[in-house]
Design a protein around this ligand. Structure first.
Ligand code: ZN
Length: 201
């Protein structure tokens, strides 16, 4: 443990920043110092933005997306094709697909993937809700946009089996997605191509 160079308030800020993805202790210290130096220009607006987001953030009860309204912006967008339902593990994947402009459908966020080793079973994910949405009249195609990892593919197989008699076409992303690849880390071109060349599951 390094010796503290600042008071507990600043050390706490550094510790919290260090929990952000991509920031280790050293970058967190740099970020904290940057914020402190720019406290009028950056720290004050950031504090406000964090507080506003904190007050307004809701999870969409329909799809599981994170937004400031429920149903979310994606679910209420009338230009989207209601016959396409894209299944993703995490909100980050939904946002990645949207960033890539990959598909003009609606989404379903599972909240993770099945992982027997970590004790994550179907009851821990939003699978029941997915099954009932897939059985709705509107949905014609279910696109499994899951990571090309063992857990992602286990989940894809599980859902495919469950929906065998649901009368929907189940497709998955093409293999532009590298084996072991996580969607959130793919560039937009790869993601968009994988979506266009999706295959029947
Ligand atoms: Zn939604």
């Amino acid at each position: 443990m390094a010796t503290a160079v600042a008071g507990p308030e600043i050390e706490r800020l550094i510790q919290l920043l260090a929990r952000l993805p991509g920031l280790g202790p050293r970058s967190a210290r740099r970020a904290a110092l940057f914020l402190i130096k720019k406290r009028e220009l950056l720290m004050a607006p950031l504090t406000g933005a964090l507080q506003t987001a904190m007050d307004k953030i809701v999870v969409c009860k329909t799809c599981g997306n994170i937004d400031t309204k429920d149903p979310c912006t994606v679910c209420t967008d009338p230009r989207r094709d209601p016959s396409i339902l894209v299944v993703v593990a995490d909100v980050a994947d939904l946002w990645a697909l949207e960033r890539a402009n990959a598909v003009n459908g609606r989404y379903h966020v599972l909240g993770g993937t099945l992982s027997p080793l970590d004790g994550v079973g179907p009851q821990d994910l939003s699978i029941d809700a997915l099954v009932s949405r897939a059985h709705g009249d509107e949905v014609k195609e279910l696109i499994l946009a899951l990571n090309a990892t063992v857990d992602g593919q286990t989940t894809a197989h599980y859902i495919t089996e469950l929906l065998q008699n649901a009368g929907v076409k189940v497709t998955r992303l093409a293999h532009g997605v590298p084996v072991g690849g996580e969607l959130d880390y793919l560039d937009e071109g790869t993601l968009s191509a994988a979506m266009k060349q999706r295959t029947l599951f």
